[in-house]
Design a protein around this ligand. Structure first.
Ligand code: URA
Length: 208
């Protein structure tokens, strides 16, 4: 599985701000958005361009155009919503497909309680958006659903990833491409990433 840990100094600086427990939700949201933009910039480096003829002040010219109709952005509810606006800064026309997952208490497997994919999703590249890759249960379930709907390529953007989650994702979906601001040390007994940054959803939405 392709895994890119983005070491850009601005990403590392901003991630340090998020790791500070005292960073308040407003700044936390802003910085999450900034890192999302920087990760999305890296993750879109190989998007194909179409040659398009335009008229310039000096006559006709062929320029490259990125066709956003081949992409869909896929935030995983809830925390993925906090990561989405930063990606939309770069891909404002890409349609958004949403998936919400909760754990089935009987099977302990993630179950989609909400799924609204763009109608013509088959054949698109999905940009999966979630701040934290912990056990990877949600990411795997989301990619299962995307592939079942005909998605052919998945690029995933995670703020912080646990090695356990990356291993689990690779075992199930080795064709996924991952960009992350950090691969942290490990998961604790409650499934939180160490050192991580706590509960990303709570910190983004200001819930206790
Ligand atoms: N989800 C979070 O928000 N934080 C973690 O550390 C793990 C999962």
């Amino acid at each position: 599985m392709k895994i890119v840990e983005v070491h850009h100094p601005l990403v590392r600086h901003k991630l340090g701000l998020l790791r500070e427990a005292s960073t308040a939700p407003a700044l936390f949201r802003q910085v999450v958005g900034e890192i999302a933009t920087l990760l999305a910039y890296e993750a879109t480096a190989d998007l194909p361009l179409d040659d398009t003829g335009i008229e310039t002040w000096a006559g006709p010219l062929t320029v490259g155009r990125c066709d956003q109709s081949r992409i869909t952005l896929v935030p995983i509810l809830r925390a993925g919503l906090g990561f989405l606006p930063g990606v939309q800064v770069l891909l404002p026309s890409a349609p958004v497909s949403v998936i919400g997952l909760r754990r089935d208490e009987r099977t302990l497997q993630p179950h989609a309680y909400y799924q609204r994919f763009v109608e013509d999703i088959a054949g698109r590249t999905a940009l999966l958006i979630d701040p934290m890759l912990a056990t990877a249960g949600s990411a795997i379930a989301a990619i299962d659903a995307l592939k079942a709907a005909g998605v052919t390529r998945v690029k995933a953007i995670f703020l912080v990833s646990a090695p356990e989650g990356l291993r689990a994702l690779e075992a199930r979906h080795p064709d996924t491409e991952v960009w992350t601001a950090a691969i942290d040390e490990r998961l604790n007994d409650h499934g939180y990433i160490l050192p991580g940054l706590g509960d990303a959803g709570d910190r983004i939405f200001g819930t206790p």
